[in-house]
Design a protein around this ligand. Structure first.
Ligand SMILES: C[S@@+](CC[C@H](N)C(=O)[O-])C[C@H]1O[C@@H](n2cnc3c(N)ncnc32)[C@H](O)[C@@H]1O
Length: 231
C-alpha cells in the first residue's frame, strides 16, 4: 500500500479525489452498468478508500456491498452513515489477504487501485475470477497510458496543480501536501497499458471489453463465462 494512504496525507488525498471525481463520466458509466444486477446482489469493491463509490452505489441500489480497504486512515474518512448501513461490510486488509467465498460476488469493482500493482495484477485477476459467480462481472476504472504522451503529461500537470492549490487545515497537512504531490508524480509512471491488462484478463478466463475512455482514464468490463468453455 502506498505511504500516502497511511499518513496524514490521506485526508488531503480524499479531498483531491472528490474534486477530480466530480467531473468523472466513467464513474457514472460504471454506476449505469450496475443497474442490470438483481436486487440483493453482492458487490465487492477492492481499495474502496473513503467509501465514495460505495456511498453512490448504495444510494441508488439495494445491494450487499463488501469494501476491502487496508488503510486505517482512509477508513477514518468513511461517513458514519455508510459504515452503519446494514448492507455494508468493511474488510480492513489488503486484497492479497482477503479470503472471500469463491463464487459469491455478482460484481467486483475497483477504481484507481490496480495501476499501483503492475506486476501483481495477473494474480489479482485470477482471484477476482474465483470470487465471481458464473456470469459475474469485474469492472476496473483506472489510469491508462494516453495515446499521446503530451496529453498524459498535461493531464497529470493539471492534477498536480489542483493538489498544490488544495487548502490545508493544519501544519501536518501542509507537510503532507508535499508527500501528496510527490505521490502523484510517481503515479504518472505507473500507468497501465490497457492492452496488457486486457490480455491478462483473457489469460485467467475472463472476457474483457474496453467500454469507456476519458482523458487518461478507462473503464474495462470483464465477464466470467456462465459455463466453462467446452474444448
Ligand atoms: C487511489 S486510492 C483510490 C480510492 C478509491 N477507490 C477511489 O476511487 O476514491 C487507492 C486505494 O487503494 C487502497 N489500497 C492500497 N493497497 C491495497 C491493497 N493491497 N488491497 C486493497 N486496497 C489497497 C489504498 O489504501 C487506497 O484507499
Amino acid at each position: 500500500m502506498a505511504e500516502i494512504y497511511s499518513s496524514s496525507a490521506a485526508g488531503l488525498y480524499v479531498r483531491l479525489a472528490r474534486l477530480l471525481c466530480e467531473t468523472d463520466c466513467l464513474t457514472e458509466a460504471l454506476l449505469g452498468q450496475l443497474a442490470d444486477l438483481p436486487t440483493g446482489a453482492t458487490i465487492i469493491e477492492i481499495g474502496s478508500g473513503s467509501g465514495d463509490l460505495a456511498r453512490e452505489v448504495l444510494g441508488r441500489f439495494s445491494f450487499n456491498y463488501v469494501a476491502i480497504e487496508p488503510s486505517p486512515e482512509m477508513v477514518q474518512h468513511m461517513p458514519a452513515q455508510l459504515v452503519s448501513d446494514t448492507r455494508f461490510t468493511l474488510i480492513q486488509e489488503p486484497f492479497e489477504k482477503y479470503l472471500g467465498e469463491a463464487g459469491s460476488a455478482h460484481a467486483v469493482i475497483s477504481r484507481y487501485v490496480i495501476h499501483d500493482y503492475p506486476d501483481d495484477a495477473a494474480a489479482w485477476y485470477g482471484k477476482i475470477r474465483d470470487l465471481l459467480v458464473p456470469g459475474g462481472i469485474f469492472f476496473n476504472l483506472d489510469l491508462a497510458l494516453a495515446d499521446n504522451p503530451q496529453d498524459t503529461a498535461e493531464n497529470m500537470d493539471r492534477i498536480v496543480q489542483i493538489a498544490t492549490n488544495l487548502e490545508v487545515n493544519s501544519a501536518d497537512e501542509e507537510r503532507a501536501k508535499d508527500d501528496l504531490v510527490e505521490h502523484l508524480k510517481h503515479e504518472i509512471k505507473q500507468y497501465m497499458q490497457v492492452s496488457r491488462h486486457l490480455n491478462q484478463l483473457r489469460q485467467v478466463g475472463l472476457e474483457p471489453m474496453l467500454i469507456g475512455r476519458e482523458e487518461n482514464n478507462y473503464l474495462i468490463k470483464a465477464g466470467k463465462p456462465v459455463s466453462p468453455e467446452v474444448r
